[in-house]
Design a binder for this molecule. Structure first.
Ligand SMILES: [Zn+2]
Length: 469
Protein backbone atom coordinates (compact mmCIF):
# COMPACT_ATOMS: atom_id res chain seq x y z
CA UNK A 1 0.00 0.00 0.00
CA UNK A 2 2.60 2.50 -1.12
CA UNK A 3 0.33 5.53 -1.65
CA UNK A 4 -1.99 5.23 1.36
CA UNK A 5 0.41 5.63 4.27
CA UNK A 6 0.95 9.27 3.38
CA UNK A 7 -2.70 10.20 3.92
CA UNK A 8 -2.98 7.88 6.89
CA UNK A 9 0.08 9.25 8.58
CA UNK A 10 -1.13 12.80 7.97
CA UNK A 11 -4.37 11.93 9.74
CA UNK A 12 -2.49 10.43 12.63
CA UNK A 13 -0.27 13.48 12.67
CA UNK A 14 -3.30 15.76 12.86
CA UNK A 15 -4.73 13.82 15.75
CA UNK A 16 -1.31 13.91 17.27
CA UNK A 17 -1.16 17.70 16.96
CA UNK A 18 -4.59 17.93 18.59
CA UNK A 19 -3.26 15.96 21.54
CA UNK A 20 -0.28 18.28 21.79
CA UNK A 21 -2.31 21.45 21.58
CA UNK A 22 -4.79 20.09 24.10
CA UNK A 23 -1.85 19.40 26.39
CA UNK A 24 -0.53 22.88 25.75
CA UNK A 25 -4.06 24.17 26.46
CA UNK A 26 -4.24 27.80 25.30
CA UNK A 27 -5.39 29.33 22.11
CA UNK A 28 -7.04 26.30 20.53
CA UNK A 29 -8.36 28.18 17.55
CA UNK A 30 -4.95 29.43 16.46
CA UNK A 31 -3.42 25.98 16.88
CA UNK A 32 -6.23 24.44 14.85
CA UNK A 33 -5.80 27.00 12.07
CA UNK A 34 -2.08 26.19 11.88
CA UNK A 35 -2.81 22.48 11.82
CA UNK A 36 -5.32 22.84 9.04
CA UNK A 37 -2.95 24.99 7.06
CA UNK A 38 -0.24 22.44 7.55
CA UNK A 39 -2.36 19.47 6.57
CA UNK A 40 -4.29 21.20 3.82
CA UNK A 41 -7.68 19.92 5.01
CA UNK A 42 -9.96 20.54 8.01
CA UNK A 43 -9.01 18.99 11.31
CA UNK A 44 -11.50 16.74 12.98
CA UNK A 45 -11.84 16.40 16.72
CA UNK A 46 -13.82 13.18 16.94
CA UNK A 47 -11.53 11.38 19.33
CA UNK A 48 -9.80 9.28 16.68
CA UNK A 49 -6.06 8.90 16.86
CA UNK A 50 -3.50 8.39 19.59
CA UNK A 51 -4.80 8.10 23.10
CA UNK A 52 -1.64 8.90 24.97
CA UNK A 53 -0.81 12.50 25.69
CA UNK A 54 2.41 14.03 24.46
CA UNK A 55 4.39 13.27 27.57
CA UNK A 56 8.15 12.94 27.92
CA UNK A 57 9.41 10.28 30.32
CA UNK A 58 11.67 12.72 32.18
CA UNK A 59 12.49 10.29 34.96
CA UNK A 60 13.54 7.61 32.52
CA UNK A 61 15.64 10.10 30.54
CA UNK A 62 17.37 11.34 33.70
CA UNK A 63 18.05 7.76 34.80
CA UNK A 64 19.66 7.01 31.44
CA UNK A 65 21.78 10.17 31.66
CA UNK A 66 22.98 9.12 35.13
CA UNK A 67 23.70 5.57 33.98
CA UNK A 68 25.67 6.78 30.98
CA UNK A 69 27.63 9.16 33.25
CA UNK A 70 28.78 6.15 35.28
CA UNK A 71 30.91 5.04 32.31
CA UNK A 72 33.66 7.46 33.24
CA UNK A 73 37.39 7.46 33.89
CA UNK A 74 37.08 10.16 36.55
CA UNK A 75 35.01 10.20 39.78
CA UNK A 76 31.44 11.56 39.79
CA UNK A 77 30.14 14.18 39.35
CA UNK A 78 32.81 14.67 36.68
CA UNK A 79 32.75 12.62 33.49
CA UNK A 80 35.76 11.59 31.40
CA UNK A 81 35.05 9.45 28.35
CA UNK A 82 37.63 9.47 25.61
CA UNK A 83 37.41 7.97 22.14
CA UNK A 84 37.86 4.19 21.88
CA UNK A 85 38.69 3.70 25.58
CA UNK A 86 36.91 0.97 27.55
CA UNK A 87 34.43 3.50 28.93
CA UNK A 88 33.68 4.76 25.44
CA UNK A 89 33.06 1.18 24.30
CA UNK A 90 30.72 0.62 27.28
CA UNK A 91 28.83 3.82 26.45
CA UNK A 92 28.49 2.69 22.83
CA UNK A 93 27.08 -0.65 23.95
CA UNK A 94 24.62 1.19 26.22
CA UNK A 95 23.36 3.42 23.38
CA UNK A 96 22.99 0.47 20.99
CA UNK A 97 21.05 -1.35 23.70
CA UNK A 98 18.48 1.45 23.92
CA UNK A 99 18.25 1.62 20.14
CA UNK A 100 17.52 -2.11 20.06
CA UNK A 101 14.92 -1.80 22.80
CA UNK A 102 13.14 0.86 20.74
CA UNK A 103 13.03 -1.50 17.77
CA UNK A 104 15.43 0.60 15.70
CA UNK A 105 17.64 -1.00 13.06
CA UNK A 106 21.19 -0.45 14.34
CA UNK A 107 24.16 0.06 12.04
CA UNK A 108 27.73 1.18 12.68
CA UNK A 109 30.12 2.59 10.10
CA UNK A 110 33.85 1.88 9.90
CA UNK A 111 34.87 4.45 12.56
CA UNK A 112 31.94 3.72 14.88
CA UNK A 113 29.39 6.37 14.06
CA UNK A 114 26.22 4.59 15.25
CA UNK A 115 22.87 4.85 13.46
CA UNK A 116 19.47 3.74 14.80
CA UNK A 117 16.83 3.75 12.07
CA UNK A 118 13.05 3.72 12.25
CA UNK A 119 11.96 2.78 8.77
CA UNK A 120 9.28 5.05 7.32
CA UNK A 121 6.51 4.12 4.91
CA UNK A 122 8.67 5.44 2.04
CA UNK A 123 12.15 4.20 2.90
CA UNK A 124 13.56 5.27 -0.46
CA UNK A 125 13.21 8.95 0.48
CA UNK A 126 15.97 10.82 2.30
CA UNK A 127 15.65 10.20 6.03
CA UNK A 128 15.21 12.78 8.77
CA UNK A 129 18.12 12.42 11.17
CA UNK A 130 19.03 13.72 14.59
CA UNK A 131 21.89 13.05 16.97
CA UNK A 132 24.95 14.24 18.81
CA UNK A 133 27.90 12.78 20.72
CA UNK A 134 28.57 11.03 24.03
CA UNK A 135 32.33 11.42 24.33
CA UNK A 136 33.37 13.77 27.12
CA UNK A 137 36.58 15.72 27.65
CA UNK A 138 38.46 15.02 30.90
CA UNK A 139 36.60 16.13 34.03
CA UNK A 140 33.56 17.47 32.21
CA UNK A 141 29.81 17.06 32.73
CA UNK A 142 27.10 14.61 31.77
CA UNK A 143 24.83 16.70 29.52
CA UNK A 144 27.00 18.01 26.66
CA UNK A 145 26.11 15.91 23.60
CA UNK A 146 24.34 13.31 25.72
CA UNK A 147 21.06 15.29 25.72
CA UNK A 148 21.15 15.16 21.92
CA UNK A 149 21.56 11.37 21.86
CA UNK A 150 19.48 10.08 24.78
CA UNK A 151 17.00 12.97 24.27
CA UNK A 152 16.70 12.00 20.61
CA UNK A 153 16.03 8.37 21.56
CA UNK A 154 13.35 9.59 23.97
CA UNK A 155 11.88 11.69 21.13
CA UNK A 156 11.66 8.52 19.01
CA UNK A 157 10.08 6.66 21.91
CA UNK A 158 7.60 9.50 22.37
CA UNK A 159 6.61 9.40 18.69
CA UNK A 160 6.15 5.64 18.92
CA UNK A 161 4.00 5.96 22.06
CA UNK A 162 1.94 8.61 20.22
CA UNK A 163 1.26 6.12 17.40
CA UNK A 164 3.01 8.34 14.89
CA UNK A 165 3.84 6.73 11.53
CA UNK A 166 6.83 8.25 9.74
CA UNK A 167 6.82 8.61 5.98
CA UNK A 168 10.52 9.44 5.64
CA UNK A 169 12.57 7.17 7.89
CA UNK A 170 13.82 8.67 11.16
CA UNK A 171 17.38 8.09 12.35
CA UNK A 172 19.28 8.78 15.55
CA UNK A 173 23.04 9.15 15.09
CA UNK A 174 25.70 8.87 17.76
CA UNK A 175 28.77 10.56 16.30
CA UNK A 176 32.28 9.30 16.97
CA UNK A 177 34.59 11.72 18.81
CA UNK A 178 33.07 15.18 18.67
CA UNK A 179 35.71 16.24 21.18
CA UNK A 180 39.33 16.50 20.00
CA UNK A 181 40.75 14.95 23.20
CA UNK A 182 42.55 11.91 21.84
CA UNK A 183 43.72 12.74 18.32
CA UNK A 184 43.38 16.54 18.27
CA UNK A 185 40.60 16.31 15.68
CA UNK A 186 37.19 17.68 16.68
CA UNK A 187 34.00 16.30 15.13
CA UNK A 188 36.01 13.39 13.73
CA UNK A 189 32.97 11.25 12.88
CA UNK A 190 30.84 13.96 11.29
CA UNK A 191 33.80 15.49 9.43
CA UNK A 192 34.45 12.13 7.84
CA UNK A 193 30.75 11.66 7.09
CA UNK A 194 30.89 15.05 5.33
CA UNK A 195 33.46 13.52 2.96
CA UNK A 196 36.55 15.54 3.87
CA UNK A 197 39.33 13.78 1.99
CA UNK A 198 42.21 15.45 3.90
CA UNK A 199 40.83 13.94 7.09
CA UNK A 200 40.70 10.48 5.55
CA UNK A 201 44.36 10.96 4.59
CA UNK A 202 45.50 12.27 7.96
CA UNK A 203 43.72 9.51 9.90
CA UNK A 204 46.12 7.06 8.28
CA UNK A 205 49.05 8.65 10.08
CA UNK A 206 47.74 10.32 13.21
CA UNK A 207 48.80 9.10 16.69
CA UNK A 208 47.68 10.02 20.21
CA UNK A 209 50.05 11.26 22.91
CA UNK A 210 50.89 7.65 23.84
CA UNK A 211 51.94 7.08 20.22
CA UNK A 212 48.94 4.81 19.57
CA UNK A 213 47.76 5.18 15.97
CA UNK A 214 44.14 5.95 15.13
CA UNK A 215 43.83 2.61 13.35
CA UNK A 216 45.17 0.66 16.36
CA UNK A 217 42.93 2.58 18.77
CA UNK A 218 39.91 1.88 16.56
CA UNK A 219 40.81 -1.80 16.41
CA UNK A 220 41.08 -2.01 20.20
CA UNK A 221 37.50 -0.73 20.37
CA UNK A 222 36.31 -3.37 17.92
CA UNK A 223 36.52 -1.35 14.70
CA UNK A 224 39.11 -3.14 12.65
CA UNK A 225 39.43 -1.11 9.49
CA UNK A 226 41.36 -1.09 6.29
CA UNK A 227 42.49 2.26 4.96
CA UNK A 228 39.95 2.07 2.12
CA UNK A 229 37.15 1.71 4.68
CA UNK A 230 37.56 5.34 5.73
CA UNK A 231 35.95 6.40 2.45
CA UNK A 232 32.94 4.21 3.14
CA UNK A 233 32.06 6.60 5.98
CA UNK A 234 31.45 9.43 3.50
CA UNK A 235 27.71 10.17 3.18
CA UNK A 236 25.82 10.66 -0.04
CA UNK A 237 24.20 14.10 -0.11
CA UNK A 238 20.69 12.65 -0.62
CA UNK A 239 20.95 10.29 2.35
CA UNK A 240 19.24 12.77 4.69
CA UNK A 241 16.52 15.30 3.90
CA UNK A 242 17.15 17.02 7.23
CA UNK A 243 19.42 16.84 10.25
CA UNK A 244 18.49 18.35 13.62
CA UNK A 245 20.71 18.38 16.72
CA UNK A 246 19.35 18.94 20.22
CA UNK A 247 22.01 20.41 22.54
CA UNK A 248 22.44 22.37 25.75
CA UNK A 249 23.17 25.99 24.92
CA UNK A 250 26.60 26.01 26.64
CA UNK A 251 25.99 29.73 27.10
CA UNK A 252 23.90 31.80 29.54
CA UNK A 253 21.38 33.54 27.25
CA UNK A 254 18.32 31.27 27.40
CA UNK A 255 18.53 30.82 31.17
CA UNK A 256 19.07 34.53 31.77
CA UNK A 257 16.14 35.50 29.56
CA UNK A 258 13.87 32.71 30.83
CA UNK A 259 13.29 31.31 27.33
CA UNK A 260 12.93 27.50 27.08
CA UNK A 261 13.93 26.95 23.44
CA UNK A 262 16.69 28.32 21.22
CA UNK A 263 16.36 27.88 17.47
CA UNK A 264 19.82 28.05 15.96
CA UNK A 265 20.02 29.93 12.67
CA UNK A 266 23.80 29.74 12.16
CA UNK A 267 26.88 28.06 13.61
CA UNK A 268 30.04 30.12 13.89
CA UNK A 269 33.17 28.39 12.75
CA UNK A 270 36.67 28.79 14.08
CA UNK A 271 39.87 29.39 12.25
CA UNK A 272 43.06 28.68 14.16
CA UNK A 273 46.49 30.14 13.55
CA UNK A 274 49.98 29.37 14.81
CA UNK A 275 52.53 32.18 14.83
CA UNK A 276 56.23 32.11 15.78
CA UNK A 277 58.61 35.05 16.19
CA UNK A 278 62.38 34.73 16.60
CA UNK A 279 64.79 37.36 17.92
CA UNK A 280 68.34 37.32 19.27
CA UNK A 281 67.51 37.05 22.96
CA UNK A 282 70.31 38.04 25.35
CA UNK A 283 70.99 39.02 28.94
CA UNK A 284 68.20 41.06 30.58
CA UNK A 285 70.76 43.35 32.17
CA UNK A 286 73.46 43.61 29.56
CA UNK A 287 71.56 44.26 26.33
CA UNK A 288 70.44 47.89 26.17
CA UNK A 289 66.92 48.68 25.02
CA UNK A 290 67.78 50.14 21.60
CA UNK A 291 69.77 47.01 20.74
CA UNK A 292 67.03 44.51 21.45
CA UNK A 293 64.80 42.51 19.16
CA UNK A 294 62.48 41.00 21.75
CA UNK A 295 60.33 38.15 20.43
CA UNK A 296 58.13 38.38 23.54
CA UNK A 297 57.18 41.98 22.88
CA UNK A 298 56.40 41.09 19.26
CA UNK A 299 53.97 38.45 20.57
CA UNK A 300 52.43 40.90 23.03
CA UNK A 301 51.95 43.46 20.28
CA UNK A 302 50.35 40.87 18.00
CA UNK A 303 47.96 39.78 20.80
CA UNK A 304 46.72 43.37 21.10
CA UNK A 305 46.49 43.63 17.30
CA UNK A 306 44.21 40.55 17.29
CA UNK A 307 41.85 42.29 19.69
CA UNK A 308 41.94 45.49 17.63
CA UNK A 309 41.19 43.79 14.31
CA UNK A 310 38.36 41.75 15.81
CA UNK A 311 36.75 44.88 17.27
CA UNK A 312 37.20 46.70 13.95
CA UNK A 313 34.86 44.20 12.28
CA UNK A 314 32.04 46.09 13.98
CA UNK A 315 30.06 42.90 14.60
CA UNK A 316 29.35 41.35 17.98
CA UNK A 317 29.61 37.97 16.22
CA UNK A 318 33.32 38.35 15.49
CA UNK A 319 35.49 37.00 18.31
CA UNK A 320 39.21 36.38 18.58
CA UNK A 321 41.35 34.83 21.30
CA UNK A 322 45.06 34.36 21.87
CA UNK A 323 44.70 31.22 23.97
CA UNK A 324 48.38 30.25 23.95
CA UNK A 325 51.37 32.55 24.29
CA UNK A 326 54.72 30.94 25.09
CA UNK A 327 58.10 32.58 25.55
CA UNK A 328 61.50 30.96 25.17
CA UNK A 329 63.67 30.41 27.16
CA UNK A 330 61.21 31.60 29.82
CA UNK A 331 63.68 32.93 32.38
CA UNK A 332 63.30 36.20 34.26
CA UNK A 333 66.75 37.43 33.31
CA UNK A 334 66.64 36.46 29.65
CA UNK A 335 65.18 38.46 26.77
CA UNK A 336 62.75 36.12 24.95
CA UNK A 337 64.46 34.82 21.82
CA UNK A 338 61.37 32.96 20.61
CA UNK A 339 57.65 33.36 21.06
CA UNK A 340 54.75 31.20 20.01
CA UNK A 341 51.08 32.22 19.75
CA UNK A 342 47.96 30.22 18.94
CA UNK A 343 45.02 32.31 17.85
CA UNK A 344 41.35 31.36 17.46
CA UNK A 345 39.11 33.61 15.34
CA UNK A 346 35.39 32.92 14.88
CA UNK A 347 32.47 34.46 13.09
CA UNK A 348 29.25 33.43 11.40
CA UNK A 349 30.34 35.42 8.34
CA UNK A 350 33.20 33.64 6.62
CA UNK A 351 34.45 36.63 4.64
CA UNK A 352 34.45 38.89 7.69
CA UNK A 353 36.39 36.27 9.65
CA UNK A 354 38.88 35.77 6.84
CA UNK A 355 39.35 39.55 6.57
CA UNK A 356 40.34 39.58 10.25
CA UNK A 357 42.83 36.77 9.60
CA UNK A 358 44.35 38.73 6.73
CA UNK A 359 44.74 41.80 8.96
CA UNK A 360 46.40 39.65 11.63
CA UNK A 361 48.81 38.39 8.99
CA UNK A 362 49.66 41.96 7.91
CA UNK A 363 50.15 43.03 11.53
CA UNK A 364 52.47 40.08 12.17
CA UNK A 365 54.59 41.05 9.15
CA UNK A 366 54.60 44.69 10.18
CA UNK A 367 55.56 43.92 13.81
CA UNK A 368 58.33 41.60 12.67
CA UNK A 369 59.82 44.34 10.47
CA UNK A 370 59.52 47.10 13.08
CA UNK A 371 61.04 45.08 15.87
CA UNK A 372 63.71 43.35 13.85
CA UNK A 373 62.43 39.87 14.73
CA UNK A 374 61.83 37.11 12.24
CA UNK A 375 58.29 35.92 11.57
CA UNK A 376 59.40 32.30 11.36
CA UNK A 377 55.93 30.85 11.06
CA UNK A 378 52.44 32.06 10.21
CA UNK A 379 50.28 29.03 9.67
CA UNK A 380 46.53 28.66 9.30
CA UNK A 381 45.80 25.32 10.98
CA UNK A 382 42.15 25.16 10.05
CA UNK A 383 39.62 27.49 8.53
CA UNK A 384 36.23 25.75 8.52
CA UNK A 385 33.37 27.61 6.87
CA UNK A 386 30.46 28.57 9.16
CA UNK A 387 27.09 26.95 8.49
CA UNK A 388 23.63 28.40 8.13
CA UNK A 389 20.59 26.47 9.27
CA UNK A 390 18.24 25.50 6.45
CA UNK A 391 14.98 27.44 6.20
CA UNK A 392 12.90 24.27 5.93
CA UNK A 393 14.33 22.98 9.22
CA UNK A 394 14.05 26.36 10.98
CA UNK A 395 10.41 26.61 9.86
CA UNK A 396 9.67 23.14 11.22
CA UNK A 397 11.34 23.95 14.55
CA UNK A 398 9.36 27.19 14.85
CA UNK A 399 6.14 25.39 13.96
CA UNK A 400 6.86 22.83 16.68
CA UNK A 401 7.64 25.43 19.36
CA UNK A 402 4.45 27.32 18.49
CA UNK A 403 2.32 24.17 18.59
CA UNK A 404 3.75 23.38 22.00
CA UNK A 405 3.21 26.93 23.24
CA UNK A 406 6.87 27.25 24.05
CA UNK A 407 8.58 30.62 23.79
CA UNK A 408 11.68 30.53 21.61
CA UNK A 409 14.53 32.71 20.52
CA UNK A 410 16.43 32.57 17.26
CA UNK A 411 20.11 32.52 18.04
CA UNK A 412 23.62 31.74 16.87
CA UNK A 413 25.70 28.82 18.07
CA UNK A 414 29.08 30.21 19.01
CA UNK A 415 30.42 26.80 19.90
CA UNK A 416 30.49 24.39 16.99
CA UNK A 417 28.99 20.96 16.81
CA UNK A 418 28.64 17.93 14.56
CA UNK A 419 25.87 19.93 12.87
CA UNK A 420 28.52 22.21 11.34
CA UNK A 421 29.70 19.27 9.24
CA UNK A 422 26.30 17.64 8.73
CA UNK A 423 25.27 20.94 7.10
CA UNK A 424 27.58 20.03 4.20
CA UNK A 425 25.59 16.92 3.35
CA UNK A 426 22.08 17.76 4.60
CA UNK A 427 19.77 20.67 5.39
CA UNK A 428 20.54 21.34 9.07
CA UNK A 429 19.07 22.94 12.18
CA UNK A 430 19.77 22.92 15.93
CA UNK A 431 17.57 23.16 19.02
CA UNK A 432 19.13 24.65 22.16
CA UNK A 433 17.84 24.28 25.70
CA UNK A 434 18.95 26.35 28.71
CA UNK A 435 21.71 25.08 30.98
CA UNK A 436 22.69 26.21 34.44
CA UNK A 437 24.68 29.47 34.20
CA UNK A 438 25.79 28.45 30.73
CA UNK A 439 28.31 26.06 32.29
CA UNK A 440 29.73 23.35 30.09
CA UNK A 441 32.83 21.14 29.92
CA UNK A 442 32.89 20.99 33.72
CA UNK A 443 31.16 18.87 36.36
CA UNK A 444 28.71 21.67 37.27
CA UNK A 445 27.09 21.34 33.83
CA UNK A 446 23.31 20.91 34.36
CA UNK A 447 20.04 21.00 32.43
CA UNK A 448 16.71 20.63 34.27
CA UNK A 449 14.35 17.73 33.50
CA UNK A 450 11.71 20.25 32.43
CA UNK A 451 14.04 22.00 29.96
CA UNK A 452 15.15 18.65 28.55
CA UNK A 453 11.51 17.56 28.18
CA UNK A 454 10.72 20.73 26.25
CA UNK A 455 13.69 20.13 23.96
CA UNK A 456 12.66 16.51 23.38
CA UNK A 457 9.10 17.56 22.50
CA UNK A 458 10.24 20.23 20.04
CA UNK A 459 12.65 17.73 18.48
CA UNK A 460 9.95 15.03 18.21
CA UNK A 461 7.45 17.34 16.58
CA UNK A 462 10.07 18.82 14.24
CA UNK A 463 11.07 15.34 13.08
CA UNK A 464 7.44 14.29 12.69
CA UNK A 465 6.71 17.35 10.56
CA UNK A 466 9.77 16.90 8.36
CA UNK A 467 9.15 13.18 8.05
CA UNK A 468 5.84 13.82 6.28
CA UNK A 469 7.26 16.31 3.78
ZN1 LIG B 1 28.62 18.92 22.44
Amino acid sequence: MPSKPNAASRLVFLAFLLVISAAAANDDAAARRTMEQFAGFPASDDGEGPSSDFHVDSEGLQRQIDELASFSDSPAPSVTRVLYTDKDVQARRYIKGIMNQLGLVVREDAVGNIFGRWEGSEPGLGAVATGSHVDAIPFSGKFDGVVGVLGALEAISLLKRSAFLPKRSLEVIMFTSEEPTRFGISCLGSRLMAGIEELAQSLRKVVDNQNVSFLDAAESAGYKLNLEDLHSVFLKTDKYSAFIELHIEQGPILEKEGIPIGIVTAIAAPASLKVDFEGNGGHAGAVLMPARNDAGLAAAELALAVEKHVLESGSIDTVGTVGILQLHPGAINSIPSKSHLEIDVRDIDEKRRNDVIEKIRQSAAHISKNRGVELSEFKIINQDPPALSDKSVVDAMEFAAKQLNLAYKKMISRAYHDSLFMARVSPMGMIFIPCYKGYSHKPEEYASPEDMANGVKVLALTMATLSLE
